[in-house]
Design a protein around this ligand. Structure first.
Ligand code: GDP
Ligand code: MG
Length: 187
């Protein structure tokens, strides 16, 4: 309402996971409501933003996209600095992308070096649940949730960037988790 002062909070979110799991597609669906079948490898690192309101707070999610493992070593500490939340993504149809999650988790902690490694907010997305009507799923939801429990009760969402399934819900959870972890007011 007019006259109400609302602080705008900028939350930095880093999206990690193997090449091809759908990181860029998830972000494009969330921010632009668009999906493309074309595979275009992400070069380096880039971000998109979306604003949302949580209770009486306006927050800006600044979501950082990354290229695959081969390029990611060169991103360096500056890329991770000040991260408020890390989104880990795998493809439910590709076992290897699930098996890589522990490495991505570890790599994030090593590079970002958060003050609160035990409680730093991670969220897991199992993407491409639309493929083959879910029949080609290589990783069961149960197995994914067990991994989340091992890492400290991480929230888990099964998503489809193609069919726009669970994406708003997942990023709302990201924003809430990032806020709780103490996102820095940016002005
Ligand atoms: P990234 O390397 O992790 O950024 O993956 P991309 O977003 O570039 O996606 C890799 C490929 O998977 C592209 O051909 C996308 O069109 C496709 N893709 C991404 N998300 C989904 C999804 O939810 N369902 C289906 N069927 N395909 C997807
Ligand atoms: Mg990409």
């Amino acid at each position: 309402s007019p006259g109400t002062f609302r602080r705008r909070t900028l939350l930095k979110v880093i999206v990690l996971g193997d090449s091809g799991v759908g990181k860029t597609s998830l972000m494009n669906q969330y921010v632009y409501k668009k999906f493309s079948h074309q595979y275009k490898a992400t070069i380096g690192a880039d971000f998109v933003t979306r604003e949302l309101q949580i209770d009486d707070k306006l927050v800006t999610l600044q979501i950082w996209d990354t290229a695959g493992q081969e390029r990611f070593q060169s991103l360096g500490a500056a890329f991770y600095r000040g991260a408020d939340c890390c989104v880990l993504v795998y493809d439910v149809n590709v076992l290897k992308s699930f098996e890589s999650l522990s490495n991505w988790h570890l790599e994030f902690l090593k590079q970002a070096n958060p003050a609160n490694p035990e409680t730093f907010p991670f969220i897991l997305l199992g993407n491409k649940v639309d493929v083959d009507g879910g029949h080609s799923c290589a990783v069961t939801e149960k197995r994914a949730r067990e991994w989340c429990d091992l890492k400290g009760s991480l929230p888990y969402f099964e998503t489809s960037a193609k069919e726009d399934i669970n994406i708003d819900e997942a990023f709302l959870c990201v924003a809430q988790a990032a806020l709780e972890s103490g996102g820095q007011p940016d002005m």
